[in-house]
Design a protein around this ligand. Structure first.
Ligand code: HQG
Length: 182
């Protein structure tokens, strides 16, 4: 991704996941916003976007963070929301035996005591591979990967979802289902 695309991607994450009201945008419960309203709101906030740039950012997103509707008139973030107005309906899905969560070593004591909590977001984010989890953990400091007994959680009634970009979602992970290290 170019520097410009990365910057626009961060702006889209901010307004489509967390603070749509910052630019007067309304998201429906599935997280969709009108592209035209996004462009108008961004303009008022001093940021010039157009359909072509938005499309380029959606297509070049390494994690496929965003989706456009089939007719191209609407856009949403596929996961990672904190805003209360969005509650994307997803089908529960059986997870693989193990999933991974990357975090920073400084959070370990707290996680081992309390389990994984979603923080500001709606879900705890888990991945199928260790390398993705390591990269996620690196964002906050020295990374450490936790291995989650996802299938055993599922068998005990925890509900898992998978976002359109492959990220696994669950409301929390009690500490009895996680161990340090892949
Ligand atoms: C930690 C990125 C203390 C948790 C990634 C994490 C991901 C605790 C932080 C997505 C804790 C929350 C989400 C506890 C959890 N005590 N710390 N009990 N439970 N934590 O950013 O998973 O690039 O909200 O380990 O790829 O880091 O934005 O979650 O370190 O999919 O598209 O609290 O964000 O995607 O941080 O990242 P976050 P995350 P994007």
């Amino acid at each position: 991704m170019s520097k410009q695309h990365t910057e626009v991607s961060k702006f889209l994450s901010y307004v489509l996941r967390h603070e749509p009201h910052a630019i007067g945008l309304t998201l429906d419960s599935e997280g969709w916003a009108e592209v035209n309203a996004l462009i108008a709101g961004a303009k008022q906030a001093g940021r010039t976007l157009d359909v072509e740039l938005i499309r380029a950012v959606v297509n070049s997103s390494d994690k496929k963070r965003f989706a456009l509707s089939d007719d191209g008139s609407r856009i949403r973030a596929v996961q990672g929301h904190s805003t209360d107005t969005v509650a994307i309906q997803r089908e529960p899905k059986q997870p693989p035996e193990f999933l991974y969560h990357g975090t920073a070593t400084r959070f370990l004591d707290s996680i081992l005591a309390e389990g994984l909590r979603p923080g500001e977001r709606h879900h705890v984010h888990l991945s199928e591979d260790v390398s993705t989890a390591t990269a996620v953990g690196q964002r906050y400091g020295k990374p450490v990967v936790l291995k989650i007994e996802a299938l055993r959680m599922h068998q005990q009634g925890f509900v898992f979802f998978q976002a359109d970009n492959g990220v696994w979602l669950v409301t929390n992970v009690p500490n009895s289902f996680l161990v340090i290290g892949p």
